[in-house]
Design a protein around this ligand. Structure first.
Ligand SMILES: [Zn+2]
Length: 171
């Protein structure tokens, strides 16, 4: 799978809920995990591989074990505030500081269709918020501090130009 790079419009599209966990979904999840590990990412949302469905893969430890595929996740509770730097596989070489909730509670389904309630904080809590934002078409550049927004302006312009040229078949 190829990672969709900003400003690909799929990244701004609100993803649709998954109605049925079938073989196709399992296959997509497996390929997304592979894509995430190849890119050295800790999380990846389906819109980032061009699929507008509510599926994310997440593995902040990189240990390739445990529950890592999540269907139709949403944040049910959040509290506190924390300011940290983050990046995104759809934005090569862009890093910025973002205020996120300190702690979140997520309701989601796993690949077996079991409902899970997950509490997360720190890096994992931040990753959940970042990936669920992707399902809603919300990008991390929209939440950056003013200083980070300014610092990344020229890099974003470069990505926009590269995307236009690529679409026009110019290399
Ligand atoms: Zn991202």
């Amino acid at each position: 799978m190829e990672v969709a790079i900003y400003p690909n419009p799929v990244l701004k599209t609100k993803a649709k809920p998954i109605e049925e966990i079938n073989n196709e979904i399992c296959q997509i999840a497996e390929e997304m995990l592979e894509t995430m590990y190849n890119a050295c990412g800790i999380g990846l949302a389906a819109p980032q591989v061009g699929l507008s469905i509510r599926l994310i893969v997440l593995d902040v430890t990189g240990e390739k074990t445990g529950e890592r595929v999540f269907i139709n996740p949403y944040i049910s509770e959040e509290e506190g505030e924390t300011l940290e730097e983050e990046g995104c596989l759809s934005f090569p070489d862009v890093m910025g500081k973002i205020i996120r909730s300190q702690r979140v509670k997520v309701i989601t389904y796993n690949l077996k269709g079991e409902k899970l309630e997950i509490e997360a904080e720190g890096l994992l809590g931040r990753a959940w918020q970042h990936e669920i934002d992707h399902l809603n078409g919300c990008l991390f550049i929209e939440k950056m501090t003013p200083a980070s927004t300014i610092a990344n302006q020229s890099k974003l312009k470069e990505l926009e130009l590269a995307y236009q040229n690529n679409k026009a078949g110019v290399n």
